[in-house]
Structure formats: structure tokens, C-alpha cells
Write a protein that binds this ligand. Structure first.
Ligand code: NAP
Length: 204
């Protein structure tokens, strides 16, 4: 069986932390490919104004272009309504028939899985790689997981990624304050942001 990593995230914008996390997951879990899936309409983000999905998608496309093992899917941009992970996984399962799925995302995002739409079904469809920032342990999440879904504990893997000290929130906040963001993300994405200013009036 082949192994597919599914890198789910808002990527607003994508940065080196995401890319390092994807590459670490690929090598540590012997993934054949990592499929980046930028969210369309995040169900939990109705309040914050997100950058247009096409722009976030385009930035991801630019960032992964030079890695043949990184690919991208517009599956969540094409779907109407909120981007529920359960729907994404079911669709991908039909496309990648001979693959075991590994959903890679931030531990901070995964902490909320207990409130995600059809959480239990999601846990039957995929294994999870929880990418964690240094200093932000996953222990609390794992304890809750062991209490609520002990049968799925074997499907959760924690991956500490030092480069995740970089965050999209920090990048947006730096842009709002006119602080430098160069070297936090790939040059192509940096140049695109400089040229098009997709974050003109960001406020947290
Ligand atoms: P988020 O709330 O924007 O992010 C939470 C934290 O996780 C942030 O610190 C973020 O860092 C980090 N993070 C997000 N994606 C990451 C990735 N792929 N690798 C490493 N760190 C990552 O979370 P989100 O991006 O909206 O959601 C993450 C995934 O969970 C998406 O695929 C989303 O669709 C899914 N999700 C599904 C449901 C549902 O089905 N109901 C609900 C919530 C989330 P940065 O800000 O630096 O990225």
C-alpha cells in the first residue's frame, strides 16, 4: 500500500514551518507524496476575515513547486459550503484508492477535533500527524484523546517541528506593523506578497 500525507491548513500565508513539517512527516512516516489541501471556507473561522482562498492556494502552489513529492489539491475550494475534513477525506479516499492516508496538521488545530464535524468517522478514515511547535507539548491533547477516543490512540502521531516557531499569525501581524517577513517564507511567496499586498489592512 502507498502512503499519502494530506497537509490540511488555511495557509494564510504558507511559510517555512509548514514546508519543514511536511518534509519531516514525509521522511519520518515514509510517505510517498504529500498533498497540500488549502481550506476553502473554514467552519471554525467565520469571524476572522481570511485571505481569498484562490490567493492562499496560489501561494501554496508557488511554495511547493520545486518539490516533486509535494502536490496540491483544490478539492476544498471547489466544494460549496464549509470545508469539513470528513468530506475531504472521503473524496480523497475515492481518488487515492491504494493509499493509506495520514492527515498532517497543527496540534493546535487538532486539539479542537472533539468539536469537528463527524470526528469519530474522521478517525476511521485516516491516521493523524500532529505537528507541534517547540515548547507547546501535545500532552493535554493526548490525555483528552485517550479519554474520549481510546480506540483511536494508535492513529495519532506527534511530530515536533522546530521550524514551526514561524506562524502565519505572526507573519500577518508583522505585515500589519510593517515589520520584515523575509526569510520566514519562500522567496517566491515573499515577492508575491510584496507585489500584490494581499494583507493590506490585517488586524488580529
Ligand atoms: P488554524 O486554526 O488556522 O491553526 C491552528 C494552529 O495549527 C496554528 O498554530 C497553525 O499555524 C497550525 N497549523 C495549521 N495547519 C497546519 C499544518 N498543516 N501544519 C502545521 N501547522 C499547522 O487551523 P486551520 O489551518 O484552520 O485548520 C487545520 C486543518 O484542520 C484544516 O485542514 C481544516 O480544514 C481542518 N479543520 C477541520 C474542521 C472540521 O472538519 N470541522 C474544523 C477545524 C479545522 P499557522 O497559523 O502557522 O498555520
Amino acid at each position: 500500500m502507498l502512503r499519502l500525507g494530506i497537509m490540511g491548513g488555511t495557509f494564510d500565508p504558507i511559510h517555512y514551518g509548514h514546508l519543514v513539517a511536511a518534509e519531516m512527516a514525509r521522511t519520518e512516516f515514509a510517505l510517498n507524496q504529500v498533498l497540500f489541501v488549502p481550506t476553502g471556507l473554514s467552519p471554525h473561522k467565520k469571524q476572522r476575515r481570511m485571505t481569498d482562498a484562490q490567493i492562499r492556494y496560489h501561494m501554496v502552489e508557488m511554495a511547493i513547486r520545486d518539490n516533486p513529492q509535494f502536490i496540491i489539491s483544490s478539492i476544498e475550494l471547489e466544494r460549496r459550503g464549509p470545508s469539513y475534513t470528513v468530506d475531504t477525506l472521503k473524496e480523497l479516499q475515492q481518488i487515492y484508492l491504494q493509499h493509506e492516508l495520514f492527515f498532517i496538521t497543527g496540534t493546535d488545530a487538532l486539539r479542537e477535533i472533539f468539536d469537528w464535524h463527524k470526528a469519530e468517522e474522521i478517525l476511521t478514515l485516516t491516521r493523524f500527524i500532529a505537528a507541534t511547535r517547540p515548547g507547546y507539548g501535545a500532552q493535554e491533547f493526548l490525555t483528552k484523546m485517550a479519554l474520549e477516543y481510546p480506540q483511536f490512540m494508535k492513529k495519532i502521531h506527534v511530530l515536533e517541528v522546530p521550524a514551526l516557531a514561524i506562524s502565519s499569525t505572526d507573519i500577518r501581524s508583522r505585515l500589519a506593523k510593517g515589520q520584515p517577513i523575509r526569510y520566514l517564507l519562500p522567496d517566491e511567496v515573499y515577492n508575491y506578497i510584496q507585489a500584490t499586498s494581499p494583507y493590506p489592512s490585517y488586524s488580529q
